[in-house]
Design a protein around this ligand. Structure first.
Ligand SMILES: NC(=O)c1ccc[n+]([C@@H]2O[C@H](COP(=O)([O-])OP(=O)(O)OC[C@H]3O[C@@H](n4cnc5c(N)ncnc54)[C@H](OP(=O)(O)O)[C@@H]3O)[C@@H](O)[C@H]2O)c1
Length: 342
């Protein structure tokens, strides 16, 4: 296979690199690195949209379990989308195809991805969705794990987060009532436009949350909680579950723990489980194509909204990372190819 065409391609490319473990605010650097090339069964992709996610920060801090550990010096970024510019032997996807992927070395002008990790997308797919396809899959899976029926209530903590707003929109399409719980309301965002039936703002002093939820659900209780925060609130939410309710844990933002009595679980047959991204360790299987197509189609609609905090060239990485780290509630940020989304 040959090197990608283009006037700027001279054997090197720009990438966001770290060569020690630490806070993303301290260790990331913009570097010229050797441009990769695709071997058999791989593609070379021009990265057009690479999302900045809490998981990317965990990886840079080496907080993921083995074998998801950085190999220094390491190009950061794990989730993105782009155009195939060259394909190695044995690859049937044609150059020019738009693909999404969760792999490694993504915050760069180009990246190499084994073909089995690619999720092909329609050519005109919105890049703010393609570049974080992992979050769409996560939202879909979380809702499946929660096993909530139409007419039942689902509670989402970190309600302003990207994943929560995606889950809420998917839930609304299934006739599920969502209560989004936020630390504070974002004045410019009405979560009811993002699938929520109700919002509880924890910064407003009101009745105990159990009482608020009993009133909201008219005594029905919550059928599930999807939580990336933890802390005492989760204990209170579990106590607000209905019979056979579920708690699905998918993150750990908070530093605090929650406490439960065995009877809080036993007397309601509560199920507590974790969700780990389905392609965290292994690539998509051929049998996943139906569900991936369903997610692709559902999220493609302009009615399915994602909040974009900003798009950044790689050169602007310090601002992009700092804003994502300190003010994630502004919306998801993306590294984009020169010229922005085209
Ligand atoms: N398990 C998996 O496979 C998987 C996959 C994808 C994502 N995740 C996890 O999902 C979570 C959300 O990711 P995302 O990309 O949607 O996030 P995001 O868009 O960056 O949004 C993060 C939101 O979380 C809230 N938040 C931050 N720190 C918090 C804290 N200490 N307590 C309460 N809320 C806090 C903030 O909302 P407010 O400031 O408005 O409260 C913020 O809007 C992360 O924990 C991520 O690691 C897990």
């Amino acid at each position: 296979m040959s090197a990608p065409a283009g006037p700027k391609f001279n054997g090197t490319m720009k990438a966001i690199v770290f060569d020690r473990i630490g806070s993303p605010l301290d260790v990331l650097r913009l570097r010229d690195v050797p441009a990769p090339s695709a071997g058999p069964g791989q593609v070379l992709v021009q990265v057009r949209s690479a999302s900045i996610n809490p998981g990317d920060f965990l990886f840079i801090q080496s907080l993921y379990p083995d074998p998801k550990k950085p190999r220094l010096p390491q190009i950061a970024g794990q989730h993105g989308a782009g155009t195939i510019v060259a394909a190695g032997d044995g690859v049937s996807l044609a150059p020019g195809s738009l693909v999404a992927f969760s792999y490694q070395n993504v915050w760069a002008e180009h990246t190499v991805v084994p073909v089995e990790w690619l999720i092909p997308l329609p050519a005109e797919y919105p890049l703010e969705k393609a570049g974080q396809f992992m979050n769409l899959i996560t939202a879909w899976d979380l809702l499946e794990e929660a096993k909530v029926a139409p007419g039942q209530w689902l509670a989402l903590t970190a309600g302003n987060s990207t994943v929560a707003t995606m889950v809420a929109q998917m839930a609304r399409r299934r006739g599920i009532h969502v209560v989004s719980i936020v630390r504070r309301t974002q004045p410019e965002v009405d979560l009811k436009d993002f699938g929520a039936s109700a919002v509880i703002d924890l910064s407003e002093q009101r009745d105990p949350i159990g009482e608020q939820l009993a009133e909201l659900t008219r005594g029905q209780g919550l059928s599930a909680i999807i939580d990336p925060v933890g802390g005492p609130l989760v204990g209170d939410l579990v106590r607000a579950l209905a019979w056979a309710g579920r708690l699905v844990i998918y993150g750990g933002y908070g530093n605090d723990r929650f406490a439960l009595h065995n009877f809080d679980i036993l007397m309601k047959d509560v199920r507590i489980g974790a969700y780990v991204y389905r392609y965290f360790f292994d690539p998509p299987k051929k049998s996943d194509s139906t569900v991936l197509e369903a997610i692709t189609e559902l999220a493609q609609s302009p009615d399915f909204r994602v909040r974009v905090g900003g798009t950044h060239p790689l050169e602007d990485f310090e601002r992009a990372v700092r804003e994502s780290w300190e003010r994630p509630e502004q919306g998801k940020r993306f590294f984009v190819a020169e010229g922005g989304y085209r």
